[in-house]
Design a protein around this ligand. Structure first.
Ligand code: 6R9
Length: 625
């Protein structure tokens, strides 16, 4: 069958496609014949999805033991590159399996049982995916919290998942300080801390009896731990993400379906073969690091670069020097990094040999044509296809992407076509499917194996967020356009989610953090275009005392957001707003705020529905004050 027909056949019959793919993995017990079912129609009962019913497996076994048993134990699994040049080492598949087992045995020793949550709060070192795999080994549910989150955010997430064990690191002293200060507020019985030689032990706040050192505790444990055979629908992990309202949502992923989709998307989108050298700049604190650093590459037996440094240190050629050093074949990164590197000049790229590169990937936000062309022509020397992968924390794996084969057209900035077995549709505002070229809302019509099964502790919110907007469909929150070839272009979020440097942030979260400050009466946050970050956070703030419109107050508010959420959520601009533009029913008109922020006040449109039209003039006067 030619590739186009093969893709279409998988979309027409996803169940058969996924079952065929699943048989490439090790299952301790095979699934039953009618192994897949789902419901997306709220009128017919609760939303659910089930894949490979009856099947039992363990993802860490498929990531590690399988390769060791096949004689690949001495193959490098992780190629670590620290921030300082020369701080580099290799871990083979056997080394990783041994360490995963030791950590798994340590976790069991703490009484952690199958189904229990373990929070992981670490920088991007090899021990981060190792800790994740160790949880998976014993059926504990990992909840990784990005190292850039503040102690308050960490505490909130620990409380929500009720885990008693936290795994963290002293690699940056702030990390441990933050971890410790947050833990005081909550019930945590044991903290496993990875020591970094650059931080003296005395500098680490320590609670004897609760806190222990990784190197001391883990080394004593046996280097084999029998895997816990998990039902396909048993939980694998929780990952908190932002939505348009309320507190962060704990997205739940399960074992079998996630495993198959993580492995298969890597296999096809990146054309991975065992032994390939792969480099992703993703952090395991986000979904991309889960699927395309921790799990997917290992499921394919590839060798992954784990880069813990800053891409511009010691200079802007760092990633290209790593690509040259390790002869990287597949490079997966985010548009925001490309945009920051391209400003620094082509010479940084060209001084390193990139002839090993075969496939380039982009993820996290729309890639603009300029960045795409630079990535393709300069970095990839015009030889490597770019796979612009569209997907989400909730989808678990790639949903739309070009395929790297020559049969798939490459269009700069286009997420292109559905992945095998995925039924994407374009809806109009009333939820009707649209055929042919046009614009609409991107939705998914039927279940796929790596879809989120629920939100931790809140299935109602899961249904209300993703299925109630268009009953019968998974609502992505993204707008899209379909061109004459049937290719899909992502046009950005249609809800109140902002994407700053590929980090997903809810406007409501930032507003909540601002209004927690005693001096802030009200806040409205929007996203504005930013040349490097894609979007930046722009905050309108109404103070209790308007005589305090000054930079000192501005700094206080920004510091407050840094403490409440983390540095990446700090507003780029704070615009004083004695009052906000609201409708008569009290709804903030964000459209008006966006126009004022972007200097398009001539295009404000109809503002006659504003309760108090004069606020617009006041806001214009205070722009830049
Ligand atoms: C994987 C990830 C999801 C949101 C998503 C969309 C945006 C991701 C994109 C893209 C255009 C792409 N997004 N990939 N937009 N082109 N290739 O980033 O997950 O952090 O949950 O963010 O990111 O808006 O809805 P997550």
């Amino acid at each position: 069958m030619d590739p186009v027909n093969r893709l279409q056949a998988s979309i027409d019959n996803p169940t058969a496609f996924w079952a065929k793919m699943a048989s490439n993995y090790y299952w301790q017990t095979k699934w039953v014949d009618n192994h897949t079912s789902y419901n997306f129609n709220l009128q017919k009962g609760p939303v659910f999805a089930e894949f490979f019913r009856g099947g039992r497996t363990n993802i860490s076994f498929n990531c590690l033991d399988r390769w060791v048993m096949a004689g690949r134990g001495n193959q490098p699994c992780f190629l670590f590159e620290g921030n300082d040049i020369g701080h580099a080492y290799v871990m083979t598949y056997q080394n990783v399996l041994d360490e995963v087992c030791r950590v798994a045995n340590w976790l069991r020793g703490q009484g952690v049982v199958k189904g229990e949550a373990v929070t992981i709060y670490m920088p991007m070192v090899c021990e981060l995916p190792i800790a994740m795999l160790a949880c998976a080994r014993i059926g504990a549910v990992h909840s990784v919290v990005f190292g850039g989150f503040s102690s308050d955010s960490l505490a909130q997430r620990i409380l929500d998942c009720q885990g008693k064990v936290v795994i963290t690191a002293s690699a940056t002293s702030t990390l441990l300080t933050l971890a410790v200060s947050a833990l005081w507020a909550v019930q945590v019985q044991r903290v496993l801390c990875l020591e970094d030689s650059s931080v003296p032990r005395e500098a680490c706040p320590w609670q004897p009896g609760r806190d222990v050192w990784w190197r001391e505790e883990v080394a004593q444990r046996p280097s084999y731990c029998a895997p816990e055979w998990m039902d396909s629908e048993d939980r694998l992990f929780l990952l908190y993400t932002s939505g348009s309202t309320g507190k962060p949502k704990g997205v739940v992923h399960t074992t079998g379906g996630y495993m198959v989709a993580a492995g298969v998307t890597c296999r096809y989108t990146f054309d991975m073969q065992p032994g390939d050298i792969y480099f992703s700049t993703a952090d395991c604190g986000w979904i991309t690091g889960h699927t395309y650093l921790a799990y997917g590459p290992l499921l394919n037996g590839v060798t992954s670069v784990v880069f813990a440094g800053v891409p511009t240190y010691p200079d802007a050629s760092r990633v290209w020097s790593i690509i040259e050093k390790h002869k990287v074949r597949i490079f997966y990164t985010a548009p925001t990094l490309l945009r920051s590197l391209l400003q620094m000049g082509d010479h940084h790229v060209k001084k390193h040999d990139r002839s090993s590169l075969r496939i380039l990937g982009s993820v996290g936000e729309p890639i603009n044509e300029h960045a795409w062309t630079w990535f393709h022509d300069v970095c990839g020397e015009g030889r490597c296809p770019i796979v612009d992968t569209w997907w989400q924390t909730e989808t678990g794996a790639h949903m739309l992407t070009p395929q790297p084969g020559s049969w798939c057209k490459l269009k700069p900035g286009c997420a292109s076509v559905p992945f095998f077995g995925v039924q994407t549709v374009m809806l109009d505002a009333n939820g009707n499917e649209q055929d042919g070229p046009g614009e609409g809302i991107l939705a998914i019509k039927s279940a796929w194996p790596s879809m989120a099964r629920t939100l931790h502790g809140d299935h109602d919110r899961f249904q209300a967020t993703y299925f109630a907007p268009f009953n019968g469909y998974y609502f992505t929150g993204d707008g899209c356009r379909r061109d004459e070839d049937g290719f899909i272009w992502i046009t950005g979020r249609v809800d109140d989610v902002i994407n700053v440097s590929g980090h997903r942030i809810g406007t409501a979260e930032v507003e909540g953090a601002l209004t927690e400050h005693a001096g802030c009466a009200e806040a409205a946050v929007i996203g504005i275009d930013h040349p490097v970050k894609g979007q930046a956070i722009y905050a309108y703030v109404t103070l209790v005392d308007s005589t305090r419109h000054d930079d000192k107050m501005r700094k206080e508010l920004m510091d407050h957001v840094r403490r409440a959420i983390g540095p990446f959520a700090v507003p780029e601009v704070v615009h004083w707003a004695p009052a906000l533009p609201k409708t008569r029913s009290g709804k903030i008109m964000r459209r008006v705020l966006r126009k004022i922020a972007s200097g398009e006040e001539k295009e404000l449109g109809d503002i006659s529905t504003l309760a108090e039209p004069s606020v617009v003039d006041t806001l214009l006067k205070l722009r830049g004050v």
